[in-house]
Design a binder for this molecule. Structure first.
Ligand code: PLP
Length: 397
């Protein structure tokens, strides 16, 4: 089949829920992807912040191939050889005590929301409401959508879960105004990805923790996109010295094998989900757990977060030069290897131009380009990206 036939087969046979770019990706190597015509792309999207280790990591792939030959799935009716090890690895890096495996980020959000409700129910507090943030994104299932603010995602599916209030991100007073004796959890991304690369301030993170402590509310950090070293800390909340009650993760924890998880402290776990409360057939199966355990091992062994700090600083320097040199580039946002540029116009055309130059980048809201490359990029890749981005910027002048 040629590229057109692959595209037609997709358009003809799938529900039309995605507007795809006219590229059929075939294989990856390091930080590059190749389409079916052999064209090479520098990847600054990482499959939406998933492929932290890039493509073709042989240490990871060998473990996955061995696990496929041994056992891919067994269900949660039995123990398996990989699940406990993967959970221990996630406990270590999240500094939490108990882990639940899901199959995606959205499902992990659902589980975390349920865990908070169960905690309130078991403690007989009568609390059931949530506070989320404006510009948040937590997924598109009914629960996750209920705490996602973007109207375009929500409106066709209303009514959603009642009792969710949206506070202004980085404005503690607007959070305080929404707190009632019915609030069971506050959920936020320490760095909002889809919402435009917005970083929480130190004051906001500490303030949310304080409100939660004073009011008996659980703090849930959604680290699905900003976790796994992307900000230069293993989890973004750790860079603020703030420990939430529940951390939600997915994307890079499985290096492309579909997996999510939420992790909680022992004091939450003690009053939260019990057998029968929550479950999933695939969750924590041997294949995904082999991926998680190996991914964490490589991240720790190769000190990926240190590398992200070094590359992030270099990327910031180069992006700041673009802000200086181009009138249409208004602002740099973010940190580590989750950074963005806000333009004075919608970024759709720029992304298409970049694609022509062999550069994959994505948007965050309509006017921000989001740069979330594999975490293993080197300075030469940043230079190559800047070079291609300049050509793309010229293309939309
Ligand atoms: C912060 C955040 N939460 C939740 C999700 C949903 O995760 P998934 O697409 O794995 O279901 C995403 C996906 O982009 C995300 O960025």
């Amino acid at each position: 089949m040629n590229a057109n036939e692959y595209m037609q087969a997709t358009e003809r046979n799938l529900v039309h829920t995605y507007n795809r770019f006219p590229v059929t990706l075939d294989r990856g190597e390091g930080v590059y992807l190749y389409d079916t015509e052999g064209k090479k792309y520098l990847d600054f999207a990482a499959g939406i912040a998933v492929s932290g280790l890039g493509y073709g990591n042989q240490e990871l792939n060998t473990v996955l191939k061995e696990q496929i030959d041994k056992l891919m799935h067994s269900s949660n009716l039995y123990y398996n050889t990989a699940c406990g090890k993967a959970a221990a690895a996630l406990k270590r890096i999240t500094r939490m005590d108990r882990v639940f495996f899901t199959n995606s980020g959205t499902e992990a959000i659902e589980g975390a929301l349920k865990a908070a409700r169960k905690y309130a129910w078991k403690k007989k507090t009568g609390r059931f409401q949530y506070i989320a943030m404006q510009d948040s994104f937590h997924g598109r299932s009914m629960g996750a959508l209920s705490v996602t603010e973007h109207e375009a995602y929500r409106i066709p599916f209303e009514p959603l879960i009642p009792g969710v209030g949206f506070a202004q991100f980085n404005h503690l007073d607007s959070v305080k105004k929404l707190v009632t004796d019915k609030t069971c959890a506050i959920i936020l991304e320490p760095l909002q990805g889809e919402g435009g690369i917005n970083m929480a301030t130190q004051e906001f993170m500490e303030g949310i923790r304080k409100i939660c402590d004073e009011e008996g509310i659980l703090m849930i950090c959604d680290e699905i996109q900003c976790g796994m070293a992307r900000t230069g800390s293993m989890f973004a909340c750790q860079s603020y010295g703030v420990k939430p009650d529940i951390i939600v993760m997915a994307k890079a924890i499985g290096s492309g094998v579909p997996v999510g998880a939420f992790a909680m402290t022992e004091s939450v776990a003690e009053y939260s989900l019990e057998p029968g409360d929550h479950g999933t057939t695939y969750g924590g199966n041997p294949l995904v757990c082999a991926a998680v355990a190996k991914t964490v091992e490589i991240f720790e062994k190769e000190d990926i977060k240190d590398h992200v700090n070094e590359m992030g600083a270099y990327l910031a320097e180069k992006l700041d030069e673009l802000v200086n040199d181009y009138d249409m580039v208004l602002e740099r946002r973010g940190t580590g290897l989750i950074q963005g540029l806000r333009l004075n116009r919608p970024v759709g055309e720029l992304i298409k131009e970049a694609l022509k130059e062999g550069l994959l980048i994505i948007s965050a809201r309509s006017d921000v380009i989001r740069l979330v490359p594999p975490l293993v990029i080197e300075k030469e890749h940043v230079d190559e990206m800047i070079d291609k981005l300049k050509k793309a910027l010229k293309g939309i002048l």
